[in-house]
Ligand binder design. Structure first.
Ligand code: CS2
Length: 493
């Protein structure tokens, strides 16, 4: 089989091998600008939108993908070479791969190369929605001060150079200002990140920035921009070299960056789109009035579950999430954590069978075909912990509930931050706070509580005697015996 490079020219020939978009891409107008075109967006929103565009009457919802950071050069160049096309490979539970070419990204821009183009695109009348996947840390929220972080050098840069911004806040402010000046109607800004109340977070952080950068724009935003909250879900590991080779060998498709993901997907969105929206419900998204309880459930069970598996698994020398969760001691620990420490914080979730949800998570984590990297899960834990784990601890402390298992994971993270696993192998730590974490981890060897001094991660946890006691005990337990033996004793009590 001849190898075909993925691009528009070869698309119909590729269509003889795997599914391709049925619609004419050149007829699609751009209605959405999406910032952050990593794997998750391409496995989730772009996938849903591609499904929707298969309906030939839908023509207004093409996506312009924006790469915001220098770091995104490679993905931008790949999309450019492939005319915005990429293959989505769904790794089914039975080990088979379902492959399709996604065509929903009809335009793509590289912000560092041409900021004005990005601002103009966001301000163009046909664009009705700006969606964001900018990661948990991208919202510039400081857990210690509970406010927008104006000390961030990139924010200082944007305030000084409004026409050549580097952060999402600088871009949005300029684009919204143009929309106001041009008398354009409203627009929706929709977060697709794993944050409790991600719409509220986006709104609050943007308004904080605008109050300083363009105070006169605040009222206009309040009247003309909506910020729906949403829960997003689809496990999307980092594409591995083998995925690229496998696609070539099995289908003869030469795609420099396919996206791999699990079969499960979920998108629960508040129906608050001031300028209209795609009928994503026709392709499986759920529109609800209040998404907050569902977000909380997903963040504190799935995402926190991932962090638990990642931190403990990394220390024990595992590389992938399935390896970790398929260890019976880790699995039992995670189930205890979900049942005893998270479930009491979730309240009433109408229409949700929580037990079935937890079981389904264990199954999804255990999918041996996904090979989700522990490195991916443990990256940026300093931004994830305050969203995934801390709220559970705070709520349990308020209600005098158990926090011992969360304290154990936190202590394990302190040990992890020393940079070596139990077998003496080096851990690759990818975290914006890597240095601070490393320093505190070293201090913690003599005084465990020092680790909790990182206020932007732990807030005021250090002042809580119930938590600090459990944390110090757990820290000592981990220094005295290996993780697996600790888990055995914890699980048997
Ligand atoms: C993961 C998420 O980054 C993480 O730590 O928990 O990327 C997770 O895979 C997705 O949110 C699944 O929807």
């Amino acid at each position: 089989m001849e190898n075909l490079k993925l691009n528009t020219k070869n698309l119909s020939a590729i269509g003889e091998r795997i599914a391709i978009p049925k619609y004419s891409r050149s007829d699609i107008k751009t209605g959405i600008v999406h910032v952050g075109i990593g794997g998750f967006h391409r496995a989730h929103e772009a996938f849903y939108t591609d499904q929707l565009l298969q309906d030939e009457s839908v023509k207004d919802w093409g996506i312009c993908g924006v790469a915001l950071l220098d770091f995104d050069t490679k993905i931008y160049n790949t999309l450019k070479e492939q005319d915005g096309l990429y293959t989505l490979i769904v790794k089914e539970l039975d080990g088979t791969h379902t492959k399709r070419v996604i065509g929903a990204i009809t335009e793509y821009l590289f912000a560092p190369e041409n900021p004005t183009k990005v601002i103009e695109k966001m301000a163009s009348p046909e664009v009705k929605i700006i969606t964001l996947t900018i990661t948990e840390g991208g919202y510039n929220y400081n857990e210690a001060t509970k406010t927008f972080d104006f000390t961030n050098p990139l924010i200082i840069h944007d305030l000084e150079h409004p026409n050549a911004p580097k952060t999402i806040f600088g871009y949005l402010t300029q684009a919204l200002k143009l929309r106001q000046e041009r008398g354009l109607k409203g627009i929706t800004i929709q977060s697709c990140d794993n944050i409790q109340g991600n719409g509220y977070m986006t709104q609050n952080m943007l308004l904080s920035y605008v109050s300083k950068a363009e105070p006169a724009l605040v009222d206009w935003i309040n009247e003309n921009v909506s910020f729906p909250n949403a829960m997003v879900d689809r496990i999307t590991p980092v594409t591995a070299a083998e995925d690229i080779t496998h696609l070539k060998e099995t289908s003869g498709i030469d795609d420099a960056w396919p996206v791999v993901c699990e079969p499960f997907k979920q998108w629960v969105i508040e129906d608050d789109f001031i300028a209209g929206r795609p009928a994503w419900e026709n392709v499986g998204a759920q529109f609800v009035e209040d998404v907050v309880p569902y977000e909380k459930m997903k963040l504190s069970l799935l995402n926190a579950g991932h962090s638990v598996l990642g931190i403990l698994g990394a220390l024990m020398g595992y590389n992938t999430i399935d390896e970790a969760v398929n260890n019976p001691n880790i699995r039992a620990f995670l189930k205890h954590y979900m049942d005893e420490e998270v479930t009491p914080t979730l309240g009433d979730l109408e229409g949700v069978d929580l037990e079935a949800y937890k079981q389904s998570l264990l199954e999804r984590f255990g999918n041996i075909n996904i090979k989700d990297q522990i490195d991916r899960i443990c990256s940026e834990t300093s931004a994830k912990y305050p969203i995934f784990i801390l709220p559970t601890i705070q709520s349990q402390l308020e209600n005098k509930g158990d926090i011992g298992l969360a304290a154990f994971v936190t202590a394990a993270w302190a040990i992890y931050s020393l940079g070596t696993n139990e077998n003496g192998d080096a851990l690759i730590i990818k975290d914006a706070l890597k240095q601070e974490l490393g320093e505190k981890a070293k201090e913690a060897k003599h005084n465990p509580i020092a680790f909790l001094e990182l206020g932007s991660v732990f807030g005021t946890l250090k002042q809580n005697p119930v938590f600090t006691k459990a944390f110090v005990n757990a820290y000592e337990d981990i220094t005295n015996k290996n993780i697996e033996d600790n888990l055995k004793s914890i699980n048997s009590t």
